[in-house]
Write a protein that binds this ligand. Structure first.
Ligand SMILES: Nc1ncnc2c1ncn2[C@@H]1O[C@H](COP(=O)(O)OP(=O)(O)O)[C@@H](O)[C@H]1O
Ligand SMILES: [Mg+2]
Length: 276
């Protein structure tokens, strides 16, 4: 399944060569299925390997809002973690801005995670002992940057929380905490924001505010949301990728932005991958 055929996808997965230099070569060799195809396979001692993803081929553009839908256990988090460099492929290859992550060492993944992607989790993952500004500052420091107050204020203004710089976690509502988490992802100006069930702990009103915010941010960067909320996906997504049993069953584009139509002026897309 190939959604975009341009050679400049932001991120792309595809079937790669299996070489002994491959990060996951050992797993590929051990756990190829009978067709010689594999995707993301989890192996644990004394347990049956779990194929979390297989037969996947995707190219993601450099901006826009993508929803990943699917039942529990269908592989959504695995896909998001692969995109975010929290996990690595068992076979195939992921290209980011045209460069393969194959052969990435742990330190390379650290750099990738801290500079290219911003994560947003269902439980916000804020540090309770720090105020809002310090929580956001950590994200800059992890990326090797100064915790510049102006930059932090700008990120907070982008999520409409400019008045909350020195608030503590217990002074914020769930919706506000999630917006702080989005500011923390945004402050380092990453190419991609990855959100795993970002509204899962929020009521409808706060959930809608978070989706609207992520939609707004997707105007000039790629935002990928894992969600169960089909209605929200239909409302906000430029494209919905549906997973079933670790396979993409649908990757329809709903509101293709003129920027992403086949055109010589399309901006470079960031992520391409396939793991057949
Ligand atoms: N670290 C892991 N070790 C072993 N199996 C895992 C691990 N993470 C996920 N899985 C399995 O991979 C499949 C996909 O999981 P996941 O990506 O978390 O699905 P979803 O996010 O759609 O609920 C499930 O069968 C799950 O049990
Ligand atoms: Mg999940």
């Amino acid at each position: 399944m190939q959604y975009f055929v341009d050679s400049a996808a932001l991120c792309r997965f595809h079937q790669g060569r299996s070489t002994s230099k491959s990060l996951l070569g050992r797993i590929e060799e051990d756990h190829h299925d009978r067709t010689g195809k594999a995707g993301k396979i989890y192996t644990r001692k004394e347990e049956e390997p779990v194929t979390a993803l297989s037969d996947i081929s995707l190219s993601l553009p450099s901006a826009g809002l993508i929803f990943i839908l699917g039942k529990s256990g269908s592989g959504k988090t695995t896909l998001l973690n692969l995109l975010g460099g929290l996990d690595s492929l068992s076979s195939g290859e992921m290209l980011f801005e045209g460069k393969s992550l194959r052969g990435f060492k742990p330190a390379d993944y650290d750099v990738y995670r801290s500079s290219k992607v911003g994560f947003v989790f269902q439980d916000y993952s804020l540090l309770p002992q720090l105020d809002v500004a310090a929580n956001i500052g950590i994200s800059l420091e992890l990326a090797g940057l100064d915790a510049d107050p102006k930059r932090i204020e700008k990120a907070l203004a982008s999520v409409d929380l400019q008045h909350c710089t020195h608030a503590w976690g217990n002074e914020l509502s769930g919706g506000q905490k999630q917006r702080v988490a989005i500011a923390r992802a945004l402050v380092k100006d990453p190419e991609v924001i990855l959100a795993d069930e970002p509204t899962g702990a929020l009521d409808q009103e706060n959930g809608t505010a978070v989706f609207q915010l992520l939609k707004r941010l997707s105007a000039d960067r790629l935002v990928v949301i894992v969600s169960h909320d089909e209605e929200a996906a239909k409302t906000y997504a430029d494209r919905i990728i549906t997973l079933r049993d670790g396979k993409v069953v649908n990757g329809q584009e709903l509101h293709p932005s003129p920027l992403f139509r086949q055109s010589p002026f399309r901006p470079p897309a960031a992520i391409r991958a396939s793991f057949p």
